[in-house]
Ligand binder design. Structure first.
Ligand SMILES: [Mg+2]
Length: 98
């Protein structure tokens, strides 16, 4: 599915069910993901089940980004990824010198 198709799909979902219902879905899916990750720590969930829950949350995050501002979301994500890259570089420099 292309980015444009995804945006249209998310917009359709938001228009059909409304932001309040979709925010409730974010909470529900996030809870399911946290539960799966907690179970994974004890080996009580399969990798496929974890992937499914990560995808559910990812879809809801993308939908929220469309609602609250996709351009701003992407800009902030790029900013934070750059910051992560810099922090990792600094950490590696520090720990390679120990
Ligand atoms: Mg789920």
């Amino acid at each position: 599915m292309t980015d444009t198709e995804k945006v249209l799909l998310y917009t359709n979902a938001l228009d059909s069910w409304g932001i309040e219902a979709q925010v409730a879905m974010v909470m529900e899916e996030t809870g399911e993901m946290l539960s799966a990750l907690a179970k994974a720590r004890r080996g009580r969930v399969t990798k496929d089940e974890i992937i499914t829950e990560l995808v559910d949350v990812s879809i809801m995050m993308e939908q929220m980004a469309v609602y609250f501002g996709l351009d701003e979301f992407r800009e902030e994500k790029d900013h934070k990824l750059s910051r992560l890259k810099e922090r990792l570089k600094e950490w590696k420099e520090k720990h390679n010198n120990e």
